[in-house]
Design a protein. Structure first.
Length: 95
């Protein structure tokens, strides 16, 4: 369901008609592929979503796969609409 909501947010105008000129997908979990305890990952995700909720960018929670391509290690992530690469990298650096 979350992935469908993210698609609707990004492509609400229909196929081929992007709502935002840019977007980013970020995770606050397991930085630099270093496995953290679940409680720490949850805290980091809540900090990220709180920061986004107080800003101007719409976002949706999604699951992503980073560093492992077998699909067995999803991480809670956010897709952020309308954010530039620069702003996403700055936000990412704060984590």
């Amino acid at each position: 369901m979350q992935d469908n909501e993210a698609k609707k947010m990004l492509h609400g105008a229909g196929p081929g008609k992007a709502r935002f000129p840019s977007y980013a997908i970020l995770t606050a979990e397991n930085p630099d592929c270093m496995q953290l305890p679940a409680a720490e990952n949850n805290k980091r995700l809540e900090e990220l979503t709180s920061t986004l909720a107080s800003g101007k960018y719409p976002f949706r929670r999604v699951k992503g796969f980073y560093g492992v391509t077998d699909g067995a290690h999803p991480e809670h992530s956010v897709v952020i609409g309308g954010i530039t690469r620069y702003r996403a990298s700055r936000l990412s650096a704060r984590r």
